[in-house]
Design a protein around this ligand. Structure first.
Ligand SMILES: [Zn+2]
Length: 260
């Protein structure tokens, strides 16, 4: 990193100018670093920086994400939802648990075949990660990643913790495995049997904005997921000028024409 890159965010308020000597800038950088360490602390700063809840608000894009948690009953796969997304070419991101992958091999292949679908993993057995020590958290997270890689030749870099539960250990394990920890900032609530389609849509109308990451389920647990996604992508998103993209696109690419 250059001195300039280090100094700019830390000393911007001090009004340094082009005429300032390199030595002065170094001193200011040093002070800036000390202030950063004092104010954030290495633990808080590094841990929180790894947890992603939304994308940039400057880009008029949102990410529709679908968890594939294991199920005890039912098909475990919302065929009509996937068909809608595929037919209308709606980019989406799926978080697949290892246990779900083991019982849905044809469906894993079908999802991987769609070029505008992105995939990540969702743990092996859908464990409550904060209840596990570091070694067991690593096993729970890594097993699904390895399964996807060895059985389907796909290296997925996205990870969503089961139940959205993580702690500092999770963040550290995810970082060492080279994954990105993806949460959300908009809850559809689709597995809640009490919620009607209208209630879910009202909630989305209130909360969806540029950069949103919305959580749904594609394992058949969402009663109204397909209908809600159809309305969302046909009405609410176009009305607000928002475009659905995958998580990777949301985080790494901000198309120039939609950044205004
Ligand atoms: Zn889940």
């Amino acid at each position: 990193m250059t001195i300039d890159a280090l100094s700019r965010p830390l000393t911007g308020g001090l009004g340094y100018t082009d005429g300032m000597s390199v030595r002065s800038m170094r001193v200011l950088s040093g002070i800036g670093m000390l202030v950063w360490i004092w104010s954030c602390g290495p633990d808080q700063g590094q841990a929180q920086a790894q947890v992603i809840r939304s994308g940039p608000s400057t880009c008029k894009t949102v990410a529709l994400t679908f968890d594939l948690c294991p199920v005890r009953t039912g098909s475990g796969y919302d065929e009509s939802l996937i068909k809608l997304l595929a037919e209308r070419q709606i980019p989406a991101t799926f978080f697949m648990s290892g246990k779900w992958m083991a019982s849905h091999q044809a469906q894993v292949r079908a999802l991987l075949d769609v070029p505008f679908f992105d995939v990540g993993t969702h743990g092996q057995v859908h464990a409550h990660l904060p209840l596990l020590d570091m070694e067991r958290q690593r096993m729970e997270i890594e097993r699904a990643v390895t399964m996807l890689e060895s059985n389907y030749h796909r290296r997925a870099l996205l990870f969503r913790p089961p139940y959205g539960e993580d702690d500092d250990t999770t963040v550290e394990v995810v970082r060492t495995l080279g994954l990105r920890l993806i949460l959300w900032n908009v809850v559809s609530g689709d597995p809640d049997p009490e919620l009607t389609q209208e209630a879910i849509e009202a909630r989305l109308t209130q909360t969806v904005r540029s950069g949103s990451i919305i959580v749904f389920h594609a394992n058949g647990r969402g009663r109204h997921t397909r209908a809600v996604v159809e309305d969302l992508t046909a009405e609410l998103l176009p009305k607000r000028g928002l475009k659905p993209v995958t998580i990777t696109e949301l985080l790494d690419h901000c198309p120039a024409d939609s950044a205004r």
